[in-house]
Design a protein around this ligand. Structure first.
Ligand code: ATR
Length: 293
């Protein structure tokens, strides 16, 4: 029987998830379907009930439903609890809905595993500077803590949000040092940073980029942007010009999808295989992004 899954959002037309899951379904010869499901906020809960009744294995959740998805679930994974938001809902046979947020782990996996990435260097690394303090930043900080990063500095336009994020993330994390500040504290943080992750929407198509002086970063620093529209953000272009290592947002997009694929399409396996993030998959996504202009 065909296993059904999809992505729910409002709007949802822009989602690249069907390309990702469609690629893996074909690659592994799985009898499954993955569709876009458009639902306005007031219809979200109703639509989830319909999908469950229709026998769906689960759904990915995108804007603006991630918080509602979290609230609706009966059980919540670590990434979901850290962010208060879910990008994955799995409908269990016993009727429970399990929520998870795989964005943070997806980013960290992409940093470690992408060709030309950081490999195991994340472990015990120097200072990681996270720009932004929204939901994406919360998930990423949680995932970085899970990989024993030595120090995390969160900088945000509104410094108090960065402080709140650190306050929430730091209890029971005696092995990680935290700092919080405003974007204007960049200089102090940058000269000892070996990895910078932009989680803000600055630099996204139509938004002016952050005004940061990358010249003060150590020569071996890596700059990562989770934005993939455009794929080469002004921040990444600047990093490349300075011969710094640059990692774009497609890696996170591909890797965050893997746990969803495992949960939807291998329901009978306790330890499902991890779908492979390949060069071909990246090319497929790049082509799709290009065709959208
Ligand atoms: P998400 O869940 O995707 O992280 P969010 O919670 O709306 O989205 O957070 C967006 C982040 O981008 C915030 O850190 C925001 O900074 P503030 O908390 O100070 O608002 C940041 N951001 C958005 N536009 C920005 C800009 N033009 N300059 C600097 N930071 C910006």
């Amino acid at each position: 029987m065909t296993i059904k899954a999809g992505v729910i959002g409002w709007p949802v037309a822009h989602s690249l998830s069907p390309v990702l899951h469609g690629y893996w379904l074909k690659q592994y010869g799985i009898d499954g379907s993955y569709e876009k499901i458009a639902a306005p906020p007031e219809k979200f809960a109703e639509e989830i009930a319909r999908l469950r009744a229709d026998g769906y294995a689960g759904v990915n959740v995108t804007v603006p439903h991630k918080e509602a998805a979290f609230e609706l679930a009966n059980s919540k994974g670590q990434g979901a609890r850290a962010t208060g938001a879910a990008n994955l809902l799995v409908f269990m046979k016993d009727g429970r809905i399990v929520a998870e947020n795989t964005d943070g782990v997806g980013l960290v996996d992409s940093l470690e595993q992408e060709p030309g990435g950081l490999g195991g260097k994340l472990l015990g690394g120097r200072n990681v500077v996270v720009l932004g303090a929204g939901g994406a930043a919360r998930g990423i900080v949680e995932a970085l803590c899970g990989r024993s990063v030595a120090k995390i500095t969160v900088l945000n336009r509104h410094a108090e949000r960065a402080a709140q994020l650190v306050e929430r993330a730091s209890p029971n994390r005696t092995n990680v040092k935290f700092e919080a500040g405003a974007l204007t504290d960049w200089e102090g943080a940058a000269n000892e940073a070996w990895l910078v992750i932009n989680t803000t929407s600055a630099g996204m198509k139509g938004n002016p980029p952050l005004d940061l002086d990358l010249s003060i970063l150590p020569k071996d620093a890596t700059v990562c942007d989770i934005v993939y529209n455009p794929l080469e953000t002004p921040l990444l272009r600047d990093a490349k010009t300075r011969r710094l290592h640059a990692i774009d947002g497609l890696g996170m997009l591909m890797h965050q999808a893997a746990p969803s694929f495992q949960a939807f399409f291998y329901p009978h396996l306790v330890l499902p295989p991890t779908p492979k993030v390949t060069r071909e998959l990246r090319e497929r996504l790049e082509k799709e992004l290009k065709s959208r202009g």
